[in-house]
Design a protein around this ligand. Structure first.
Ligand SMILES: [Zn+2]
Ligand SMILES: [Zn+2]
Ligand SMILES: [Zn+2]
Ligand SMILES: [Zn+2]
Ligand SMILES: [Zn+2]
Ligand SMILES: [Zn+2]
Length: 427
């Protein structure tokens, strides 16, 4: 199962429901992914869990998680890029987030899915003087660079690429403020008319600029799970020859057992007098049982002379399937499970059993009914949901197909109400 444990949630239908879980975090560089902005990768199983948790309601969009590093008492927020993280229970974060959250690769964060307000204004303070010197139109450049970001959190140190170079900014002030002393001020910046203001750099000394270009100090660590395989591999290759159990006897040609050398000659003589080796089934047969140990020429089953007639009729005789096809009795089961036009198959949309012959017209009808996308709330015909998930949300639908609820028709009123409660326009 997944290492992500859903710790708490308020009852269903509550638009402010809280979904919270702990998850191990690894930097994008550990899986060779350069993640831009503040969007993370989560494992596909988590999406399945969220879909189950939200039932018939659409998932919040944009999806914003509060990230809490309890040990370092740091709180930030992030968006979600894709549900394609390669390992269950492990989230992949942009490298810069580790410095910002004072987190080491392989440590875990508490994730809380919660709606946050839209920001109207943000005040950023560049760490170094280089930003003001290099970038000629800071407001315009930064506004376009921030399109890769979902949200901003007061007090954060955010790395933002501007015209090909990364600059670090302190988030000094965000408006409107949340008015909650326990939580930092934070807000969503998607589809907002964000006003960006600047303060003088933290380090006005241009000499200190050199530090900025240094490579990020993130230790590369193996994702847990790889470690076990590695250790086993080492143990195996380090094994000494003497550890391998040596054969101390010889194999009897009749019973194929390993017989100690000192008693071998006597054993084989006695064994051959009592037993024979059946090369049709690889069993040692007592000579007395040989007349009753016969193999069916058609299926190799052991059939006694008395059973022979019944066996030929029941196993190899002709039978007629409910579809009208006639075949050898032993093939009927395979025919019914994979070939028979009358076999019952499950509709991938509604889950009911349909005769295979009628599946295509059923799928056309059933797949034409519309459902609301659980991620963005858009109304899509069920048949096109896979393509929508792949194209718009980069979710591999085969990974979430175990969740039949994906195709459940959702009330559009509920979708609109949820979107409105999050301050978003229903798409
Ligand atoms: Zn033997
Ligand atoms: Zn046999
Ligand atoms: Zn047979
Ligand atoms: Zn049939
Ligand atoms: Zn159906
Ligand atoms: Zn969608």
């Amino acid at each position: 199962g997944s290492a992500a444990v859903l710790l708490a949630s308020s009852p269903p239908m509550d638009p402010n429901r809280v979904v919270r879980f702990a998850m191990i975090c690894q930097p994008g560089s550990a899986v060779a992914r350069k993640l831009l902005g503040d969007k993370i990768l989560l494992p596909p199983k988590l999406l399945t869990g969220l879909l189950g948790r939200f039932g018939r309601d659409p998932l919040p969009s944009p999806m914003v998680f509060e990230l809490r590093n309890k040990r370092a008492r740091r709180i930030s927020h992030c968006g979600v890029l894709e549900f394609t993280a390669p390992q269950d229970g492990v989230a992949i974060l942009p490298d810069w987030m580790f410095e910002n959250l004072k987190l080491k690769p392989g440590e875990s964060l508490i994730f809380t899915l919660r709606p946050i307000p839209k920001l109207t204004s943000v005040t950023l303070q560049p760490l170094r003087a280089a930003f003001a010197r290099d970038v000629k139109q800071p407001e315009a450049e930064l506004t376009s660079a921030l399109e890769k970001y979902t949200c901003l959190t007061g007090g954060d140190s955010v790395k933002i690429p501007v015209s090909g170079k990364e600059y670090t900014f302190r988030v000094r002030k965000v408006l409107p403020s949340r008015g909650n002393r326990k939580l930092p001020n934070a807000g969503c910046i998607i589809n907002t008319d964000l006003k960006v203001e600047f303060m003088a750099p933290v380090h006005p000394d241009p000499q200190a600029d050199q530090e900025e270009t240094k490579a990020p100090k993130i230790e590369k660590k193996r994702i847990p799970g790889d470690v076990e395989t590695k250790l086993t591999g080492e143990r195996l290759s380090g094994m000494k020859i003497s550890d391998v159990k040596e054969a101390k006897g010889k194999m009897c040609s009749v019973c194929r057992k390993d017989i100690p050398l000192k008693s071998f000659a006597l054993h084989e003589m006695q064994c051959a007098r009592l037993n024979v080796w059946c090369d049709k089934c690889g069993a040692t047969i007592r000579r007395a049982d040989v007349p009753r140990h016969k193999h069916c020429e058609k299926c190799n089953a052991v059939v006694t002379p008395e059973q022979y007639e019944e066996h030929m009729l029941k196993v190899h005789g002709p039978v007629t399937c409910e579809c009208g096809a006639t075949m050898e009795a032993m093939r009927l089961e395979a025919h019914k499970s994979s070939e028979c036009p009358m076999r019952r198959v499950k509709c991938k949309y509604c889950g009911i059993l349909v005769v295979h012959l009628e599946l295509e017209p059923h799928l056309r009808l059933c797949g034409g009914k519309s459902c609301a996308c659980r991620v963005c709330g858009a109304e899509v015909p069920r048949r096109k949901l896979d393509a929508h998930l792949a194209a718009v949300h980069r979710i591999n639908p085969s990974l979430v197909q175990e969740s039949k609820e994906l195709y459940d028709p959702v009330s559009l009123d509920v979708a609109k109400a949820t979107a409105a409660s999050l301050g978003q326009q229903y798409r």
